[in-house]
Design a protein around this ligand. Structure first.
Ligand SMILES: [Zn+2]
Ligand SMILES: [Zn+2]
Length: 395
């Protein structure tokens, strides 16, 4: 890959602050933390504070930095935003503004070695942590893509007082709680250092492993992957293939059963009236993306097939008929969507027609449901087609 070589050859100066923080905290986490645990031990209070702080930091990054601020997937009450800003500073991953600017760039230029700040095409280590250790050109901060966030007072406050907030949350909180618990060192080691190191690497996994390991149910136009195992450790961010394709959706694990604690937290905040305007991609669009991927897979299998020519031709015919039906459904959906928007506008302008509009809305909604069902059934048929095809080819 000549392009990535070009990028790797770049040898910019070391970024000392993160390099020292990452290495020193890691060193303490693998030496002093276990040694102290064996020699003295940690009590239940220390473990509880460790767990709570780990969850607060993690969810503030995924629910706050990521889904709220980077993607505007929902709106949150100032109390919630202040919470995310404080515990986000505690996670020590830079200010909201800088983090979101880099993340928006990552989505815009995903995988590009020159513009994606943590492109996986520069290797797993680079995407995980290497990108922060030197002042790479691709990581240059340009806050122009955060104009909307600069209107948020809480974001600006955190940006201005980032260092004091970092010290207060990372040192002040464990120090105070350790003092109250009668043991400062144990609390500092567990809730201070170990919590920070775990919190760091869990987030970094999203940039490294979620671009390297897993399935691609929604798109193969980039390296992103859906991975249930990673979702377990990353507060639900493991469904990264879905997320990159539908980045404004407040959910990453879009099915109700997919493990996404960040999504559940946002839903709970909404029930409590602390979050609003939760954005969801129409489920029809999700079905469409999955079906497109399955058609692609089926076509690929057919092209590689060693079955007799007439059989392949017959299968190709079946597939193309299905695809035509898919395209027809898509066209109808688009048209109906246009009508739906128009009617909503009309109903808003002429309140008199409210009753009639309601009735029309109900009819359109029924048709939407029918079409969604059609796609779902078609997805099942293509799935069976792919499965049968694989079995026949193997025989
Ligand atoms: Zn994102
Ligand atoms: Zn990504």
């Amino acid at each position: 890959m000549p392009e990535s070589n070009k990028a790797i050859k770049e040898n910019p100066p070391i970024n000392w602050a993160p390099t020292l923080i990452f290495s020193l905290t890691f060193l303490v986490a693998v030496t002093a933390v276990p040694v102290y645990g064996i020699m003295v031990g940690y009590d239940a209070v220390e473990w509880t504070v460790f767990t709570l702080m780990l969850a607060f930091c993690g969810l503030s990054i995924t629910g706050g930095y990521h889904r709220l601020w980077s993607h505007r997937a929902y709106d949150a009450n100032p109390v919630v935003r202040a919470f995310f800003a404080f515990w986000g500073a505690c996670a020590l991953q830079n200010t909201i503004l800088i983090w979101c600017s880099g993340h928006r760039k990552h989505h815009r230029y995903v995988d590009d070695v020159d513009h994606d700040p943590y492109s996986i095409n520069r290797g797993l280590w680079f995407a995980h942590i290497g990108w922060m250790l030197r002042n790479y050109k691709s990581g240059e901060v340009d806050l122009n893509n955060t104009q909307d966030l600069q209107r948020d007072n809480i974001v600006m406050f955190q940006h201005k007082y980032y260092v004091p907030l970092v010290v207060l949350s990372n040192v002040g909180v464990p120090l105070l709680l350790g003092y109250l618990n009668g043991n400062i060192l144990g609390m500092l080691l567990l809730a201070g250092v170990l919590r920070l190191v775990i919190s760091h690497h869990v987030t970094f996994f999203i940039n490294s492993l979620c671009h390297a390991w897993g399935k691609q149910p929604y798109t193969n136009t980039n390296t992103t992957k859906d991975n249930f195992m990673l979702a377990l450790f990353t507060y639900g961010e493991g469904y990264h293939n879905f997320h990159h394709y539908f980045q404004t959706d407040y959910r990453n694990g879009v099915r109700w059963w997919q493990f996404d604690p960040t999504k559940w937290m946002i839903s709970c905040l909404s029930w409590l009236g602390l979050a609003s305007n939760l954005k969801r991609v129409p489920s029809f669009k999700i079905q469409e993306a999955m079906l497109q991927m399955q058609f692609e897979k089926a076509r690929k299998q057919l092209s590689l097939s060693r079955l007799p020519k007439p059989n392949v031709e017959a299968l190709r015919q079946t597939l193309e008929t299905e695809y035509q039906q898919f395209m027809d459904t898509m066209a109808e959906w688009k048209e109906l969507r246009g009508q739906w928007v128009q009617q909503k506008r009309d109903a808003f302008e002429e309140k008199k027609q409210e009753l009639q509009a309601k009735w029309q809305h109900a009819t359109i909604r029924t048709r939407f449901k029918e079409m969604e069902y059609m796609l779902k059934m078609q997805r099942k048929r293509i799935q069976v087609f792919n499965l049968n095809f694989a079995t026949v080819s193997a025989a």
